[in-house]
Structure formats: structure tokens, C-alpha cells
Design a protein around this ligand. Sequence first.
Ligand code: ADP
Ligand code: MG
Length: 849
Amino acid sequence: MEDILSYTSLNKGRIEKICSNVNKLESKYSSLSDYELSKMTDRFRFYLREGKSIDYIMEDALAVCKEAIKRKLDIVPYDTQIMAAAAMSDNIIAEMQTGEGKTLVQILSAYLYALNATKDLDKSKWGNIHILTANEYLAKRDKEQNEKVFNLLGLSCGYVEEKSKLDNPNYHRDKQKAYRQDIVYGTAKTVAFDYLDDNQLKDVRRRFFKRELYHAIVDEADDILLDQALSPLILSGTLAGVDVMESINFSNYACYFVNGVKGYRNTPVTCHLANQFNRNRHDEFNEDSIIFKDCLRIFLSEDLMDEIYKDKTNFQNVDIQEKLFNKEVAITNAILAKYFFKRNKQYILKEVGRDIDTDGKLKRVYEVTLISEATGRQMPKTKYRDGIQEAIEAQEAFLAKGKYIVKRTNRKIDRSVITYPEFAKLYKTGISGMTGTSDIEDFRDIYNLETYEVPTRIPSIRKDEETELYSTKEYKYEAIVRDIYQRNQKLQPILVGTISVEESDELCKYLDKYGIKYQRLDAMNEQDEALKIEKAGKKGMITVATNMAGRGTDIKLDEDVKALGGLYVIGVSKNKNKRIDRQLMGRCARQGDPGETKYYQSLDDELILSRYGKAKLLAYKKYYADQQTKINNPRVIDMVNKCQEREESLSKEDRKNKNEIQTRVFSAHRKKMFEQRNRILESTNKDFVYILMDIIRNYATSIINNPEEANKARHLVNVEACYNEDSSIYRENIASVIFNKFKNAGRKYDINEYMLFVKTRFLDIIDSYWVSHLMHLEDMERTILNSGIFTVDTIDEFEIEANKLFADMSDCIKNEMLTYAIYPNMEIGSYVLGDSSVIGGDIRNEITR
Ligand code: ADP
Ligand code: MG
């Protein structure tokens, strides 16, 4: 049912009107020379400078841009593309099916925003338009294609690579240059990390963003903005002083402990764990340990923890750094790694080479590589956080039994963190975007963005069959194979979508059993992707694919296939999110082609196991145990359908809470911190002295007000000698004595060098405190998320507590700076960071649990 109050229905008429007016302007601009056309940009800027709104010039601007596209790309933008761009000028997500031409919309929409971003006569005030893509290939392809049009319109265009400084010696120069252009192409990840990098700088000349972030246009917006909304982008660093072996051993001990081997055999605790977790696979409540399956969080009861701590083996002695190597966390992670994370589901073992093992033998080396649930693709640079990655690697290494080597990750600490919803807020005019499958509510909830549903150029004639429900997985697979067989008999091409590599494996066993031939596409079988997709629409083809076949892929049909009914899409089980289901369904019936879809479900499906009342489910399973045909009871079907809705609303709730914490705490603190940091980073010598004097004056005040402080400062300044009735003179006297100490300490150095030196140390101080502050916050966040009780009050309390921590930290930073300024040779306490020059590139991690 169409929502009559949706953005789409409210604005349909207006947008169609704009489009038809743009078409009427065609002859006006087609008669202009290239030069005259390019001068139109200045005309539009002039109007905007004069205070006219973008709406005033929109029709003409779109007509000019359309003309430029015609000339440079030799294609005429469709009406639907003009409509999408017109809507997007309003900070809108345009929903447009794959193949409908989103790439051209980038140009039209970016042009409108760029006019405003570059309207000022003073070029130093110009802002950037970022066009953010889901992957590197798209950024490069689209930039190369669209650049010509932008140039004709008098706009410059650049592209930022994902490559790190290790791959490209001109890394900094190239990036800075790209970011100086009017339109900048890059992956969302690269740009967000560059922002984090920019706020870890020691030298302001190395800054990437020299222009204001004016607006971002996000292509494949659902992937970047929704699927990855909760995966923080984390700039991490190694922690100096932590031995790699020590860190690996720590995860190993936890792993042995949980597996009950090497000295942990049959201890009461390990037996208990084995019983507990093997028997009750899902959200079972037990007196000894509580598992919140939803978020993969585990609680161990006090008794259980006591028993664990009683253990007097090596594991006891490894509590090196409390925060990083915490026994309780290590054990719960090891439990997760053994019982919840599964190879070929959340991750795969990817062969990365060979190496000599400790026993002197040459062996294959495998790496634990995560797979994105939404896209089914490998995420080579993404790692789990909080020690989970290390725990999974330990478990896999244990399972390898010396037959092969599992690559181990060194423990990292977070240096800076940001999520996409927070990143989006950094743009002065926010963001807009295009997507194949929108989730209107999610975009509204998380980003405050409305969706405009652009009609397809040719109406879709796709047929979606009723979902079929079976009592067990086996019966379901048998039914799917029958279905595949029948369709295949008449040579109709079939795309079978699964939710994981594991599910593909299971289904393929059934296909093999009946000798049905197929091709596979998933994270374990991703070679020749383009070729497989090309073949998928051919007569008689069966393709078994994970969500990898979901996004952006266009399956082309042969003419004779259309007569057979087009592509037939089968969903083996439903995803946690309806939007991902719709993506798979959208693979067929493209651009007016015929096509059909059908989903299958069974009472064994994970989605149902985790979301169904357990007692009820057992009863139904028993009742239908012998029924091999589909279940027709509408009550059962209805309840099964609700599982997906329930899953969606739970994850919505979870996300809402996390976003709230992000905004109110993490982002707020980050903003303050970055501001403080930038003030120091950008300061001239004179500014810096001023900042320093501020700190010293504060200190002088506390000496005056606090006899204890005065006593401590005795060796530094003769307080009595500074005395004056006028307290401000008194304070200045003390301050100037202390300031002179600072000056004297620097006497033997070149003044600029000395100032830079002290400044850099100050930045170090800020950074190291920020790192430990982040750790604290994450600990606190984990604690309240773990508690499972989440109310408005919890977040309020968290915010208050976090702000207290922040205030404490700010005091500590000032004190440390002061100490350093007076005794510049002193070492900085707190965490010592690893070499910051390796930051960037391979330690740009994302995702957590
Ligand atoms: P999407 O990103 O929406 O999946 P693309 O932008 O990749 O779609 O476009 C799909 C195909 O349609 C491309 O080959 C593109 O060149 C073509 N195309 C897009 N717009 C037009 C147009 N106005 N006229 C002709 N072909 C177009
Ligand atoms: Mg595209």
C-alpha cells in the first residue's frame, strides 16, 4: 500500500513538472557553444550569490548539465535520471533499480550541489562535493567517465585511492591534490579514514581536507549507510611494550581452557562449559551462565568466574595489561569463537601462502577472513575487535592440529573511531544518495533522510510467488531441488540465493546427489565473478550464489530466455532483513523483462530458531515432523513471517541505542578533542605561547588558592617572593617565573624547532589520553549493552559518567602538558603508542561485533 504522506507521493507532481520543464529548455541550451555552456556555471553561481535558492535555477542548471552529458558522453539522460537528481537536491535518497542509470545521476546531482559550494568569489571559501562509492573500482570508473562532463561545466574532478602510503610514495601529495578539486570521487571508507587521519596529524601541512566538506552524494547508499551503519571505522595502532608472542599465548590459553585441553582436561569448569554450550545451542537461560544470543554477548556468573580464576596454570600469570588482556574477556571470546562463530559463515579460511612452521616443515598458511553478511563478499582488511579476532584465530589454529598454519593478528588498540551516521554529519549540507533498494524507515531513523522512489523506465512485470514453508531443512532442500529440476527441464535459467557459504554447501550436496549441474558464486568461489554473472542468464544455467550476486550485478538475458519466463530466482532462506531479500528478488525482471521469484523457509531456519517461542516451535516441529510437503496452516505461516519482522525491530532497537550513544558521547567527545587538538596543531609560535600561558596561569591560580599545591611548587618558584596584594598581579608574577623556566629550557635550541618539538609532545599527550579515554568509553558501553537492560535512563547515566571521565581527562592533559613544559625532558606517562608512521593503510580496520 502506498503511503500517501510519503515523500514520493507528496513530491511526485512537483518533480515531474521540473523534469518536463527541463525538457522544454533543451533547444535553448543545445544551440550554445561549449564555451557558452561552460559560462552558464558562473551565471548560476551569480544568482546563488545574490541570494536566489537552488530551486530558482534548478531547471536551467539541470538542462545545462543534461546538454553537457549529451556532448561528452553521447547519451541523453532519461527523465527518470533528471527526476532523481531534482529530488536529491533536497537531501533525498533516490531509490532506483540497478541498471536504471545511477551513475549519470551522480553528475546531475553533484552539479546542483557544486554550484552552491563554489558560488563564492573568493575561491578559498569553496567547498568540496564528495561522491562516495561502495568500492574502489566504481570510484575510479565513474570518475574517469564523468570527469569530462564536469570539466566542460567548469568544475574540476579528482579521485582518492584506497592505497596506503606503503603502496604509493606520493600518497600524501596525490591525495591532497585530489581533495582540492571541486568534485572528489572515493570510497566512503577511504574518505572517512582520511578524516580520522587528518585528526592525528603532527604537521598541519600534511592535512588532506583543505576545503570545507560541503556535501556528499552516496552511491549504493543502502550498502554504505545501512548495512555498515553500526560497523565503526577504526584507526588502530599497535601498543608499544606488548610482546606479540605474549598476546598470542594469551588467546591460546583461553582457547585451551575452553576446549579442555593441555592441562585443562576435564576440569569442572571445562566440563561445565562443554555441557552448557553443546546442549543449549541458543538463548537458554541457565543459572551458571547467561547468554544473550542476539548480540553475541556472553555473561559468566560470579561462581563460574571464581572457578576460572582459581585455575593456577600459566594462564593465571598473563594478566599483563588489564584492559587488553583480561581473563574474563578472553574466556568469553574463546567461548564465542568455539560455539558461535562458524567457519564459512561469518568468516572463511583463505589461503595466503606457505611458510615454515615451528616444527621445521613447510605448510600452507591460512588467514581468517571475514565475510560481509549483507554482500557475501570477503572483507580482507576488516577484523573483529575486542580480542574476538584473536580468539577465532586461536580456535582455528587449535583445530589445524599442526597440519597448516593459521595467521595470527597482533593485538591492536583503537586510536580513533567513527561510524557512518556520525561521519555523514560532518558535511555542511549533509548527504544525499542513490540506492537500488531503500529502507524508508531506516534512512529516516538513522540519517533523517527521506526516500524518493524513482519509477522504473519500463514497468516491472516480475511475479513473486508465495513463500513455501517446510518442517525441516531436509524437506526444504528436497523441495527446492524438485523446483530447480522442473524449471531446469524447460531450460529456464535459475539463480539460487543463499545466506551463507555454509548454506550453499548444504544445498549443493543435494544438487550433487541428483546429479544436477550448477555454478557457484560466493566468498570461497569468487574467481571469474564477471564471467559467472554473464552466464547466469543463459539457457539452462543454474547459479548458486550468496548475497554476492545481490548488489550492482546485472544479469543479462538472451532473447530466447525471455520466452521461457526470464530468470527464476529462488531464495533458500530469508535474510534477517527484508531489504536484502528484495535485493535478491530484484536480480530478475530487469527493464521490463519477465521474471519470477520464490522464497523457501523451514522451521529449522536460523531466523526462526532464534525468534520463535521455543515451546511453540517444538510443538509445531513435533506436529509436522513427518510432513514432507509444504505446511499450509496460515497461523504457522503468519508466525514464521513475524520472525523476520521481530528480528528487524530488535536490530532497529539495538541500532537506535548504539546510535544514541555514538551521538551523545563518542561524537561529542571526539568533536571537542579534535578541536583542542587542531587549536594546537594550527597554532603559530605566538598562538602557542598563548595556549601555554593559559595553562600556566591556571596552575598559578591553583598555587595561590591551594597551600598544598604551593608547597609542591616550592622548588619551581619562590611563591613568597611573588606575592602581591592584587591577586592578578600575584598570579602573573608566579606565571612569568614558570614561563621563564620554559624559555630557559629551550634556550639552547632554535626557537622554531623547540616550539615544534614541544607542540608535537603536546599532541602526543592528547592522543595518548584520547586512546585510553576511548578504551574506557568502550568498556562502559560494553557493560551497559551487556546488561541487556536498556532504557533512556541508562543512556543518560552513561552520558553523565562519560562526561565526568572527559572532564577528568581534560584536567590530566593540562597537568601533563604543564609538567612537560616545565620539565621538557620528562617522559610522557600513560600509554605509549606505536610508531605513528605506520598508521594508515593496513591498519584501517572496521567492524566489530
Ligand atoms: P546503475 O548504477 O543504476 O545500476 P548504471 O549507471 O551502471 O546503472 O547504468 C547502467 C547502464 O545503462 C550503463 O551501461 C549505462 O551506460 C547505461 N545508461 C545509463 N543511462 C543511460 C541513458 N540515459 N541512455 C542510455 N544508456 C544509459
Ligand atoms: Mg551503479
